[in-house]
Design a protein around this ligand. Structure first.
Ligand SMILES: [Cu+2]
Length: 82
């Protein structure tokens, strides 16, 4: 990744309840990655965490991301920005 690209990205940590196995994590990863503005998704399901890399200029709304999780049966919380 080029430096100027990295500058246009920001990290969005999400706590996700309900992921119980690697298959859950794959589904969550794919669903979140499909949301416009999401550039990368890293899932750590044993910890119930996802870290998204999103476009800093036109990021997806928190509501949009949480709705995607809700439809799949997971409860997500956007962690405080760090
Ligand atoms: Cu599962």
């Amino acid at each position: 990744m080029r430096a100027e690209d990295a500058a246009r990205l920001k990290r969005v940590p999400i706590t996700i309840e309900g992921m119980t196995c690697a298959a859950c994590a794959v589904q969550v990863q794919q669903a979140l990655a499909a949301v416009p503005g999401v550039k990368g998704v890293s899932i750590r399901y044993p910890q119930g965490q996802a870290v998204l890399t999103v476009d800093a200029i036109s990021p997806p709304s928190d509501e949009r991301l949480l709705k995607v999780l809700e439809r799949m049966g997971y409860r997500g919380t956007i962690a405080a920005n760090n």
